[in-house]
Ligand binder design. Structure first.
Ligand code: ARG
Length: 555
């Protein structure tokens, strides 16, 4: 049950909604509160008077056990036994499904994320889009939506002509096959450093050959593409990321002309300095380039075609683009063009923008020619995780597997913990701390809960009439907040809410663990505390799973 909604409904006053019900920082006053300041404007009375009146008209029941009016706040106390037994028994019964719902039944959400560029490094700059998109994918699925994960590959453009040219000149088949993406990238870098006029001309010719369907040029291109995909898929596998479609920019080659025709028909296209553009000046934006003066299409042209294709193919309820905020203008522009084309669904396209991730030891910068490969960050984090675990618990079995789960979790959580629009600096020590606001802390809490349960060796049985103490009740309230947190994360495209939730619940459980005896308690108290422990383990595991993070049994 959502208690905030329950209270709002029961109050039935001047449009008070669940969102108006707050969680007071100090639960001495109440478990939930309604600040009456907003109502004061509508009702033209002082908040103090309103709170007093609402209190007098409120009838307590099995759910709300007490109501009080203090300084313009209406405070509610929840029936502890009622909430506690309903939440814990729900968690015990639903397990890995706790927090899921059928909210999205019948609705499709497309998520364009990671969207790597063929033959280019998969670097730390791709971390956020990959893990954010991956988390949103899991969150929407959990809420019952049909989700289509799309990797809009950057596989179109003159750079592939350059690559073929470089390969022809310096490449070796076996070396490239063995070296994979690194070898391809090295060829590309070498081309950019050493190419002369003549090579540039050859590269243009190779690009033209790819476009015109030349067999050899296309075979080479497909080979480079498959080597890149093989490489990135190995990383997706580690990060628990999946896609339903790898339709990249190239896929839209034959789907752009109908869009251009439609733009012409609707009189939206103009010639400007030889190029074909859609004028967006009335909307305070630079023009959206559709065709260059040499007739070549652009990134935006392919995105227009892709959006229309996705609508026709998936009939999405929403289509999300998880792409860095540097591309804000691009998305605003092509969303606007679709709106001008009269597509009512243009309003369902969402640019989920995020900030930059940089490393504290040397900012990620392609300008300085210093690219940090994501794979290296992952490996280093796993290595460091091993050291941290080994130091803490040298006797542990399966240390390598655990380090893998912990290290990968730290990379993901480190990128997800902050509000997505913030620029963040990634610090290995910070993300691997057992004490901080980290996945390690949450995983460690799970391992702790697990060990309590293993040691007890008892079947979990929740005593139905148990009245939780204040510390236990804080844990219960946090447990109850999970389903709403998942919905909020989906609605705001903000997986960090789930990451923060996990840390908050873990902190409350650890306070309980320190202050209340579990294994040495007796009778009902022990039974209750074990059930609570089991419920916390479930909620934490579910929260981490939505972010793509596993939970080791021991740590
Ligand atoms: N490949 C692009 C890049 O690395 C991101 C593509 C994002 N998706 C899109 N539909 N534009 O910048």
């Amino acid at each position: 049950m959502d208690y905030r909604e329950y209270i709002a409904n029961k109050l039935n006053t001047n449009g008070v909604e669940a969102a108006d019900i707050a969680l007071p920082p100090n639960s001495e006053m109440g478990d939930y509160a309604l600040p009456c300041f907003k109502l004061a404007k509508v009702m033209r009375k002082s908040p103090v008077m309103i709170a007093e009146e609402l209190k007098n008209g409120f009838v307590c029941d099995g759910v709300i056990s007490e109501v009080s009016a203090v300084n313009g706040y209406l405070n509610f106390k929840i029936n502890k036994t009622g909430l506690s037994s309903s939440v814990i028994s729900e968690i015990l019964a639903s397990g890995a499904d706790y927090g899921s719902s059928r909210l999205g039944t019948g609705k499709t959400v497309c998520i364009d994320y990671s969207s790597v560029n063929i033959a280019k490094p998969f670097h730390i700059g791709h971390l956020s889009t990959t893990v954010l998109g991956g988390a949103l994918y899991k969150i929407y699925k959990f809420l019952g939506y049909n989700v289509v994960g799309i990797n809009h590959l950057g596989d179109y453009g003159t750079q592939f002509g350059k690559l073929i040219c470089a390969y022809k000149k310096w490449g070796d088949r076996d070396e490239v096959q063995k070296g994979g993406i690194h070898a391809i990238n090295a060829l590309y870098v070498r081309f950019n450093e050493q190419a002369d006029e003549q090579m540039e001309a050859e590269a243009r010719e190779y690009f033209r050959l790819i476009e015109s369907g030349d067999k050899e040029a296309n075979e080479l291109f497909d080979w480079f593409k498959s080597l890149t995909l093989e490489y990135v898929k190995s990383i997706y596998c580690k990060l628990n990321i999946t896609f339903d479609s790898y339709a990249g920019e190239r896929f839209y080659t034959d789907k752009m002309q109908p869009v251009i025709d439609e733009l012409r028909e609707k009189n939206l296209i103009k010639t400007s300095e030889g190029a074909q553009i859609v004028d967006l000046e009335p909307y305070g934006m630079p023009p959206c380039l559709i065709l260059r003066s040499d007739g070549a299409s652009l990134y935006a042209t392919r995105d227009l075609a892709a959006a229309i294709y996705r609508k026709n193919t998936y009939d999405f309820y929403k289509c999300l683009y998880v792409v860095a905020y540097q591309q804000n203008l691009h998305f605003k522009q092509f969303f606007k063009v679709l709106e001008l084309m009269g597509k009512p669904w243009a309003k369902d396209l969402v640019h989920v923008a995020y900030g930059m991730v940089s490393l504290e030891d040397g900012a990620m910068s392609t300008r300085k020619g210093k690219v940090v490969w994501l794979e290296d960050v992952i490996n280093k984090c796993v290595e460091k995780a091993y050291a941290v675990i080994d130091e803490k618990n040298p006797e542990l079995e399966d240390k390598h597997d655990i380090a893998q789960t912990v290290g990968l979790g730290a990379v993901i959580f480190g990128a997800l913990y902050n509000n997505k629009i913030k620029d963040v600096t990634f610090s290995y020590d910070k993300v691997l701390s057992f004490e901080g606001e980290t996945s390690v802390y949450v995983q460690y809490t799970c391992a702790r809960a697990n060990s309590v349960l293993a040691k007890s060796g008892k079947k979990i049985e929740l005593p139905p009439e148990y009245v939780p103490n204040n510390v236990e009740f804080e844990v219960v309230k946090a447990l109850a907040a999970f389903p709403q947190t998942v919905c909020d994360a989906a609605e705001k495209y903000e997986p960090s809410l789930i990451a923060r939730y996990a840390v908050d619940l873990a902190q409350k459980y650890n306070k309980f663990y320190i202050e209340c005896k579990i294994l040495t308690a007796e009778g009902e108290v022990k039974d209750y505390r074990l059930a609570l422990t089991k419920a916390v383990h479930t909620a934490l595991s579910n929260a981490l799973a939505l972010l793509g993070i596993g939970v080791p049994e021991k740590m």
